[in-house]
Design a binder for this molecule. Structure first.
Ligand SMILES: [Ca+2]
Ligand SMILES: [Ca+2]
Ligand SMILES: [Ca+2]
Ligand SMILES: [Ca+2]
Length: 319
């Protein structure tokens, strides 16, 4: 018994140590990596809670069209291969890597007819903040995750403090990849360790878009898809029967805040540029994705160089 307890303590210490971000091996200086390489390098390892295949991550056009309000109906027959949407925006000092996870249904353990908690389409997201330095991939500073009405802030570097958001925890890493935990049913995302019941599927970035082989498949490859070439290109398709809905004004432009949906509620799933969480009295709907430097300067405190001058951000300039 005593040996067992000692062993458990040793395992606990190992787990705790593994959970802390630590400075990796020294990286040789070199020119900056491409945006695609950066997105791949930091692409999250996704621990997905699973109660049914409605918790598998997939593409918004998993049913072969860009119609939003048939996605609930098409969930049982659509292609549930794993895709994750990403974008990279760059200031003089930082890269902002945004990842969005899509599920055709947000549902509940109880039947939707009784729970009043279901809706068609679901998009929850992650923002990863990387400081540029003289190495190709810079260094990870913080991770933010969206879960329903909240954005959570996790740090990988002691120079980052809380501001409008409090620091929730340290970032956990698998190699260069932050680990995130996505709950079953509602699909809120967290970066602190969560135990999920009844099952967990683990997704990692790869060259192929795979469908989990079981509800406990711990090695599923997902493919990255650029937001700019997919979701963003459909942003003017607004209204019932189209891709998106809920138009709003963002600095003089009309953008859709939601994916069009009609089951158990109307247009309940936000677009990456449609979130209105953690805006306080400084930010507005959309800033988290469209003006991430402004959003992060408000959410967190960065000691050291933090520029809000963009080198690359087509989302702010596209008409
Ligand atoms: Ca569809
Ligand atoms: Ca529908
Ligand atoms: Ca959700
Ligand atoms: Ca609608």
């Amino acid at each position: 018994m005593k040996a067992l307890i000692t062993l458990s303590m040793a395992m606990l210490v190992t787990l705790v140590l593994a959970g802390c971000a630590s400075p990796g091996p020294t990286v040789a200086p070199g020119p900056p990596a491409s945006h695609q390489e950066l997105a791949h390098h930091y692409a999250p390892v996704i621990h997905q809670g699973v109660a049914s295949d409605q918790d598998f991550i997939t593409a918004v056009d998993f049913d072969g069209d860009w119609v939003g309000n048939n996605n609930w109906e098409n969930q049982p027959t659509g292609d549930l291969s794993a895709y994750v949407y990403y974008s990279v925006v760059e200031t003089k000092s930082h890269w902002f890597l945004f990842y969005a996870l899509f599920h055709p249904r947000d549902y509940t353990r109880d039947p939707c007819e009784e729970s009043n908690g279901c809706h068609e389409n679901d998009m929850e997201s992650i923002q990863i903040i990387v400081a540029k330095d003289d190495t190709p991939f810079g260094h990870l500073q913080a991770v933010e995750t969206l879960a329903h009405s909240h954005i959570y802030l996790y740090v990988a570097d002691r120079s980052v403090k809380g501001n409008f958001l409090k620091v929730k925890d340290w970032v956990r890493l698998e190699g260069s990849h932050p680990i995130v935990y996505v709950e079953a049913y509602g699909h809120g995302i967290y970066a602190h360790r969560k135990i999920f019941l009844p099952h967990v599927v683990i997704y990692r970035v790869g060259e192929r878009a795979e469908v989990p082989e079981s509800f406990e498949d711990d090695d599923v490859s997902y493919q990255l898809v650029p937001i700019y070439e997919t979701l963003w290109m459909h942003r003017d398709e607004i209204g019932p029967g189209w891709a998106f809905d809920q138009p709003f004004n963002y600095r003089g432009r009309t953008l859709p805040a939601a994916i069009d949906g009609d089951n158990y509620g109307t247009d309940k799933a936000n677009t990456p540029w449609g979130y209105n969480q953690a805006t306080g009295n400084v930010l507005s709907r959309g800033d988290w994705f469209l003006d991430p430097a402004k959003a992060l300067a408000y959410h967190a405190g960065f000691s050291g160089d933090f520029s809000v001058e963009y080198v690359y951000n087509p989302y702010l300039t596209d008409r």
